[in-house]
Design a protein around this ligand. Structure first.
Ligand code: GLN
Length: 271
């Protein structure tokens, strides 16, 4: 057991406005996996009642999906000092997982199917456009290979295999990346736009993805990467997490890959 005085604070972006398709499961997964290793965990909602100081105080950030209307409310709130605090956190390497509507907000802008363009924070070099209410949404299971080089390397070291993520997507917006690195390449599903084979983005230590599922219970090694990165940054010491029994998560991944008829290289099948 690690020394219990070590602590991480999870900043949860707008829990009531941004948590579609079970994205709160990402918060619970980080919380439990850190607690199981003996770390203290606080969950701090970052919403309309929070200050820039609250944002600065967190060690890991979780942002879920949102409908277009909710995204607009969030963006009206996330301005000025709060926007600067978010920018500073991500630029300084605070780890985070941002799903669907959240990456759209971290990009330059999101154009909804109906209504005005919503300006984003411009932290990620990407833009997202919903081609219109009559266009088919991107819905279904999603499997990607993580290709973002540093993250792929870290995950490979942690698991001993090529990192594949299993998830579920449901979005109308199509995202085009600028200079930011993609999180991965689509193995099954549509990803950023259904055209260029990219999925998500990776910048500093921010993981942006269209993958709900939620993402972390299905891919617990990503939760561990977030916890490890948060603790190392906070305490400036080498921290390696104890292994947990992930038998059920592994079986769930295998069942899904089998159902989707995705054949991963033999060395990766057990991740
Ligand atoms: N409103 C965005 C879209 O449809 C995000 C949806 C979501 O977060 N689930 O693209």
């Amino acid at each position: 057991m690690n020394s219990p005085q070590l602590e991480i604070t999870i900043g949860w972006l707008y829990p009531t406005l941004m948590s579609t398709y079970g994205d709160r499961g990402n918060v619970i997964t980080i919380e439990r996996r850190a607690q199981w290793r003996g770390y203290n965990v606080q969950v701090l909602p970052l919403d309309q009642n929070s200050t820039a100081e609250d944002i600065k105080s967190v060690d890991v950030i979780v942002g879920g999906g949102a409908q277009d209307r909710q995204q607009e409310i969030v963006m009206r709130d996330l301005q000025g000092a709060k926007a600067d605090a978010m920018r500073e956190k991500i630029e300084n390497g605070t780890p985070g997982v941002f799903t669907c509507g959240s990456p759209q907000l971290l990009g330059h802008y999101y154009e909804p199917g109906l209504g005005q363009r919503i300006d984003g924070l411009g932290i990620l070099d990407l833009v997202s456009v919903h081609p219109g209410e009559n266009t088919k949404r991107c819905i279904g299971n999603l499997v990607i290979e993580v290709t973002a080089s540093r993250l792929a390397q870290d995950l490979k070291e942690m698991t001993g295999t090529t990192p594949y993520l299993v998830g579920f997507e449901n979005h109308g917006g199509r995202t085009k990346l600028g200079k930011v690195e993609a999180l991965g390449r689509v193995v099954y599903g549509l990803g950023n736009n259904g055209e260029d084979g990219t999925e998500g983005a990776f910048y500093q230590n921010a993981i942006a993805t269209y993958s709900h599922g939620p993402l972390l219970p299905k891919n617990p090694f990503v939760a561990d990467w977030l916890i490890q990165t948060a603790l190392r940054l906070k305490y400036q010491q080498p921290i390696t997490l104890e292994a947990l029994d992930d038998k059920l998560a592994i079986q769930a991944r295998e069942a899904m890959l089998k159902r989707l008829k995705v054949n991963l290289p033999a060395t990766t099948a057990k991740v």
